[in-house]
Design a protein around this ligand. Structure first.
Ligand code: A3P
Length: 326
């Protein structure tokens, strides 16, 4: 088994070279660790995280499959935790001061494996500004949980319809690669998602790990969906606040605080903040690449009926018995 291999070889590079590997839609090599496909550097960071991360009881982790609404959930989490007597508009998401880079929704909640443990096997977490500490990840729950052991820290997951995830990823990829979002890219991405051999894939295993976790341990794992957040934002933000241990009071409801937080975290508002218009994220990407349309069912503008049928069949089969719908 893989943990045994790790013990035996000690050295991560050796261990990784022994794992099953395959290629994604662009021919990039992926390695399968604990059922999830990673690029080499990301996997090394995952192993650093697993070995070295020491949780605090108050930690909060925002988890997701890429392009499922991570940025939005990060912003909502920060806004809920930081709301102060002065009202939410004074909170750090609006900042465009010299610390804007760390104070944007993206920078405030660093990724374990794409940021902190990518740069160092033992990052200095005492430098994190937020309290409680906020982190994010795209790892499946079983891998994330390893160093958490019995920690009571809280994990919030956001899930999104795979078809919208794919379209979002297609545009994101095309934008960061400076390519036109052509059909051939979408089609080859589609095939790799269907095979499950794609970055952080298979999609369904990632979702199901958190779905099960939330059912087994609802005090510590909250399962949310992008679609619910869009359809019933007030209800969902109250649910999130309750879970995070900072419930919204009657007074706040009457004073319009919920509305203010939602507006503050809206795509329109966030994407128009100076910090997000001009700032760069951990990966040196412009913050603005994380904001696009933010709509439900954009896939209908891009999928053929064959694509729809094929992926629905796969997801239906994978989600069978989980209570999840497409
Ligand atoms: P689209 O490409 O469909 O527009 P992630 O943050 O996980 O990378 O997900 C990115 C997706 O979330 C993009 O979807 C982006 O537009 C959308 N998004 C980002 N910020 C948002 C917000 N504040 N509200 C709603 N959607 C948001």
């Amino acid at each position: 088994n893989q943990t045994e291999l790790l013990k035996k070889f000690g050295d991560d590079d050796n261990m990784i070279s022994l794992l099953p590997s395959d290629s994604d839609f662009q021919g990039k090599k992926l390695y399968n660790y604990q059922g999830c496909w990673y690029q080499y550097k990301t996997l090394r960071a995952v192993l650093h995280f697993k070995r070295n991360f020491k949780p605090l009881d108050t930690d909060i982790i925002v988890a997701s499959y890429p392009k499922s609404g991570t940025t939005w959930l990060k912003a909502l989490t920060v806004a809920l935790l930081e709301r102060s007597k002065d009202g939410p508009l004074s909170h750090p998401l609006t900042s465009d001061n010299p610390y804007g880079l760390v104070q944007s929704a993206i920078g405030l909640v660093p990724f374990f494996e794409l940021n902190l443990y990518l740069k160092s096997s033992t990052p200095d977490l005492t430098k994190l500004s937020s309290s409680p500490r906020l982190f994010s990840t795209h790892m499946p729950l079983h891998t994330l949980r390893d160093p958490l052991k019995d920690s009571p820290c809280k994990i919030v997951y956001v899930c999104r319809n795979v078809k919208d995830v794919l379209v979002s990823r297609w545009y994101f990829y095309s934008r960061i690669e400076n390519k036109e979002a052509g059909r051939s890219i979408l089609e080859s991405m589609f095939e790799s998602y269907c095979r499950g051999v794609n970055y952080y894939g298979p999609f369904w295993d990632n979702v199901l790990s958190y779905r099960r976790g939330s059912l087994e341990d609802p005090k510590h794992v909250l399962f949310m969906t992008y679609e619910d957040l869009k359809a019933r934002p007030r209800e969902q933000i109250m649910r999130l606040a309750e879970f995070l241990g900072c419930p919204i009071t009657q007074e706040e409801i009457h004073s319009g605080a919920v509305k203010e937080i939602l507006e503050l975290c809206s795509l329109h508002n966030l994407s128009n903040l100076d910090v997000n218009k001009t700032g760069k994220a951990w990966d040196n990407l412009d913050h603005n690449v994380y904001f696009r349309k933010g709509e439900v069912d954009d896939w209908k503008n891009h999928f053929t009926s064959e694509m729809e049928e094929k992926i629905d069949m796969i997801i239906n089969e994978k989600f069978q018995g989980s209570g999840l719908k497409i």
